[in-house]
Design a protein around this ligand. Sequence first.
Ligand SMILES: Nc1ncnc2c1ncn2[C@@H]1O[C@H](COP(=O)(O)OP(=O)(O)OP(=O)(O)O)[C@@H](O)[C@H]1O
Ligand SMILES: [Mg+2]
Length: 433
Amino acid sequence: MSQSVIQVDKLSKLYRLGEVSTGTISHDLNRWWHRVRGRDDPYAMVGQVNDRSRKGESDYAWALQDINFKVAQGEALGIIGRNGAGKSTLLKILSRVTAPTSGSIKVKGRIASLLEVGTGFHPELTGRENIFLNGAILGMRRHEIRQKLDEIVDFSGCAAYLDTPVKRYSSGMTVRLAFAVAAFLDAEILVIDEVLAVGDGEFQKKCLGKMTDVADSGRTLLFVSHNMGLISSLCKRVILLEEGRLSLDAPASEGVMSYYTHGRSTPYKADFSNRQRPLSGHGATLLAGAVEDLSGVAVAEIDIRSGFQVRMRYRLETDTRTGPFPNFHVTDSAGNYVFVTAPLNTRLLTGSGVYDAVCHIPGYLLNDGTYFIGLALTFMEKGVKVAFFEKDALCVNIIDPIHATLDSDRNGYSGHVPGPIRPRLDWCVSQLS
Ligand SMILES: Nc1ncnc2c1ncn2[C@@H]1O[C@H](COP(=O)(O)OP(=O)(O)OP(=O)(O)O)[C@@H](O)[C@H]1O
Ligand SMILES: [Mg+2]
């Protein structure tokens, strides 16, 4: 294992909520007074859990609490979590924009960070002046920065505005320039918060390419995003923050799955029969669902080469006049639809009772990655009537062991073939000469 370039120990950050200026000096003095006497921080004790949806009793909230992790040189680490989980706070502390309340961070190497639109830029200075300013902050010499200038300007696509003050840039242009500066200047560690969303589609693609290069070239990348597709394709490892705490440090596929399922256990197998509000309508109720291997055993992971099956158990009441159509809705980890199964005609199965609908999904249809399966039942009689539709009811991880081993052979290769499907199609190759 290569040496770690970032080490975070017992890191916590306490923020005061509400009006920033009231009482802070007295609180700061009180905190300092406790500290010199070797006592605990008095506000730390009253600090509430960082949950944005709950109105707490205290004026203080832990944005981060007891965070521990290491990042090895050359690693691409994804940082995920819901709004307000503490991701940006963590990146700000690592980039030394703000100080931790307690705990320590050790960083080896120069960090270039792209935190929020415009951080690191002086609004009155022109694009060119800001490039030199950022380079100087990273400890680069003028001629070194000059060598990179063309690449930066070219990548950002802002050549015409290079000598215009940054305050006149649109937010998209600011991000373009800021990304180019962070990615092309000589930093060993690149820290990027979710800012790419501001750029247009073409620029996002360009940034993704550049970040892949950064990850492949042995530089270290820390990347925050809500786009799980980007996280899975860029990062091998993720940390998941929940209410300011690090709840998972795991391979990307596992982390993404946990992000989507809120850490619920056995999402590949679910019992819906005890729901307070049953999933039912038009005389049908969803009882259970499972992802299974071909022998009918519920499993969380499927080898891409073998097929698997999805089972949905439902109950029909006596009064259904015609039978329903079961269907499965498959989405990828970024929430994009991959397919919905075509309706299976079960019109004749009308009697009351419990039914199992099993759909066989062949090997080499879904690509490796995490997929979510929605379970639905519809009646088609005078239009479509949905009895129930449980979106993302089940989760399956498709594993490609062949590419996983290639991964360790070829340094830097991400081991993931892009796209949600990887069909085995018939080929015909003929020799022409
Ligand atoms: N300067 C500040 N003063 C007070 N509270 C703050 C400050 N900055 C952040 N917080 C609080 O800290 C918590 C974590 O915020 P943070 O910006 O790190 O979340 P995040 O995970 O980046 O969320 P998002 O996905 O919305 O970007 C939130 O509850 C936020 O309100
Ligand atoms: Mg944020």
